[in-house]
Design a protein around this ligand. Sequence first.
Ligand SMILES: [Zn+2]
Length: 418
Amino acid sequence: MTPRIFHADAILPGEEAPLYDGALVIDENGMLLDVGPAGEVLPRHAGAPVQRMIGVLLPALVNAHAHVELSALRGKVSGGHGFVPWVERMMGLRAAERPEDDAEAIELAAADMERFGTVAVGEVTNTLGAVGALARHGIGGAVFHEIFGFDRERALAKLAAMNEERMARAVEWPKGDIVHAPAPHTVYTTHPDVVREVVAEVRASGARTTVHLAEHPAERSFLAHGSGPFADFASRIKFPIERFPVPHAGPVKVAADLGLLAPDVLLVHLTDVRSEELDSIAASSAPVVLCPRSNLFIEVKLPPLLEMLDAGIVPALGTDSLASNASLDLLAEARALADRFPSVSPRTLVRMATAAGASALGRADLGRLKKGLRPGVLSVQGSLKPGDDPCAFVLRQPAAARKWVSRRRLGEHTGVVA
Ligand SMILES: [Zn+2]
């Protein structure tokens, strides 16, 4: 098959400024052979078939934080009262219903993610329950196998068992686009020696890991004083928190002391972060991932995006799970931020949903429309009005206006589907 040319009203490269009246050339494997202004690209590929697209082209989306295995909890956990009441309800339901065993709900969620235009995900898992479904829907990225535990010896034993399970199950998974690594749940629910062990293992293998950090005030009061709503909850359900050495410091300082402020650790949420903490995060080059709709649902609060951008951090986006979100659509996260931070440019928000997510997962080959890459290409259909910002247009259009132009398949070539 000869390469095909797609000529659109605008092309969003992911990081750089939009190209108005742009064209891109894709070979049968989904490789981008050329991207640029139509007036330059079309003459360079005279004779190749040209498809005129009414609308905008952009790279496939990278959802840097999700828990697809919890999809059966869609709509079942109420929010709005803060993290501790939410997690208490979620854990109660989870014990009774075992959402990770609901293969149908997981399959539906993965199919939705594919339909929304997702090429990669940072899936945080306790059970590896969604890995097969994600692979079946062509979604790669990272599987972060989560470790909890207040008791040092028991948590280290769990980590060893988890590593064995992951290695054994890995043979069932498609190779190529999925990497897997252990990940501490948080710095207040995972014994510090176990966090250090995870960091050492991940660093030795050249992979990445992730941690939920500075998500809510109860985390801060537990780390600083060993007390507060989280300590009360943990005592009530008989977690052995007396085995956990309270560090008497804030979450970001604790993370720094454990080696988590580094370019290979995705820091998720930061809803409760303080200005001076943001400076140390920015200096560390650790990737930051925001899950705005989940934060709004649980805490009725958003992370300080303007301060982050001022500090030089361009966060990635994640959906978190359907236990705290209405959908796994990453552009709905960007839209939620656009509604509440009107001073942030739509171009930055599109970058957060594409290139920043890819960078966070260590995938420079995704999230960007650049010659030589196979990132997966989406179109957002509709008529741009004169003077319209194509990034704002992409955020405004409904998910139904999104179509795959070139779909990336795990470990295989990509077919042009449009
Ligand atoms: Zn999460």
